[in-house]
Design a protein around this ligand. Structure first.
Ligand code: OVM
Length: 404
């Protein structure tokens, strides 16, 4: 088994600040904020000596890397591993791990499958499920905001919306947990979740015969029209199954955690329920459920005047950018009334989250349902963090609510 240090042996480029921070360690996950600040303050481009990869943590530089796919490629993987040097243990995603022109074709198909008119047809069902679930939880008063709501709600609505079979759905979250761990180093977290990989299973779920009416079949219909190959459709369904569940679980979890921790913001939301969508987006800026992704440098270039070499990996600290005081006033304050425009919690540029309208719809509907049933939310037990190499979120958030 390779140690985390074994992936790269390149020396730091000249004049680039070298840091011994490990953004994939338990200590970092428990409190990433001092390390985020140290990374931002060290310079526009820094070197992480533990892994021999570059990193950007300031908002301006994260944006620069996100929006220049020509210099900063996704095709060699958006995790620490470089598909060209290290091979790969699964088929690459046709969208996440691709550059134009391949990326553009996949993106077109998925953005049509997740476009507002399609999502509008799902909205009524999504709203009813949120109402039913929250009504029962409000009656219970005490529940776990993660297991009983942030996980349960997307698990209830998303696989149905995709048109998935019932059987095996319990594999979806463990699979996603493993996949998001795999974007980091080969550390103990990744090794421990590796056994939960279900690539064969998840690729099977994308096959036409395993799908009924829903977003999955919409992708197969795009293949019927010749927009993509019939062999590509299952992989694009896989992309949605992998990207669409754990992310929304952690985004909804982040929102509930923010509103339980900052009761003045819950009060503000009750006064102005139209702030439900902004409250969800501000939680994504504030907690950044997707913390990081990598790019691979395609040619010698520079970032903020620092030399950057072809073939090196760059870690984009999305979460650090989302709290960069160079960009945000009172960056460490959860404020549902601020403008969150430009946050990079969904990424930026051509790879910006293709499912963000669906994610926002889920977030908004959960908050709408809570606003109709609940007067107050308070934390009523031990908050337990879940560690993952890419995702930030909780394993448990016991709450008590006062019903309206
Ligand atoms: C994919 C994929 C998987 C996980 C996450 C993601 C955040 C995409 O298979 O394309 O985007």
């Amino acid at each position: 088994m390779l140690s985390p240090h074994a992936l790269y042996d390149s020396a730091p480029p000249p004049q680039v600040p070298v840091l011994d921070i490990d953004p994939f360690s338990a200590a970092f996950f428990d409190d990433p904020y001092p390390a985020h600040a140290a990374m931002r303050d060290a310079g526009p481009f820094v070197w992480l000596e533990r892994y021999n990869v570059g990193a950007v943590a300031r908002y301006a530089d994260v944006r620069e890397v996100l929006t220049d796919w020509g210099r900063f490629s996704s095709a060699r993987g958006v995790g620490m591993e470089d598909f060209e040097r290290h091979g790969r243990f699964r088929l690459p995603s046709l969208i996440l791990e691709a550059d134009p022109p391949l990326h553009s074709r996949s993106r077109g198909v998925l953005s049509r499958a997740l476009s507002p008119p399609v999502l509008k047809m799902l909205r009524a069902r999504f709203a009813t499920e949120a109402e039913t679930m929250v009504e029962a939880l409000a009656a219970r008063r005490r529940f776990d905001a993660i297991a009983d709501l942030a996980e349960r709600y997307p698990l209830r609505v998303f696989p149905d919306a995709m048109g998935m079979k019932r059987e095996g759905r319990e594999k979806l979250l463990p699979h996603a947990e493993m996949l998001f761990n795999s974007f980091g180093p080969r550390n103990a977290l990744f090794e421990a979740s590796r056994a939960k990989a279900s690539f064969e299973w998840i690729e099977e779920q994308g096959r036409r015969e395993n799908l009924s009416a829903g977003l999955g079949l919409v992708i197969h219909e795009a293949a019927d029209r010749g927009e993509i190959g019939h062999d590509e459709a299952p992989l694009l369904v896989r992309a949605l199954l992998q990207a669409g569940l754990d992310t929304t679980v952690n985004a909804i979890g982040a929102t509930l955690y923010c509103l339980a921790r900052f009761p003045d913001q819950w009060t503000r939301l009750r006064e102005e329920p139209a702030l439900a969508k902004p409250a969800f987006d501000e939680a994504i800026r504030f907690e950044s459920p997707v913390q990081t992704f990598f790019r691979t440098v395609t040619r010698d270039t520079e970032i903020g005047g620092a030399p950057v070499r072809e073939g090196d990996k760059i870690l984009m600290m999305l979460a650090a950018a989302n709290r960069d005081p160079r960009r945000w006033s009172e960056a460490d304050r959860y404020d549902i009334a601020r403008s969150t425009t430009g946050h990079v919690g969904f990424g930026s540029g051509i790879h910006q989250c293709v499912g963000q309208i669906l994610a926002r719809m889920e977030g908004e509907l959960v908050l709408d349902a809570l606003l109709r049933r609940v007067k107050r939310i308070r934390i009523a037990g031990e908050v337990v963090r879940r560690h993952n190499n890419t995702l930030r979120g909780l394993a448990s958030l016991p709450v008590e609510v006062e019903p309206l």
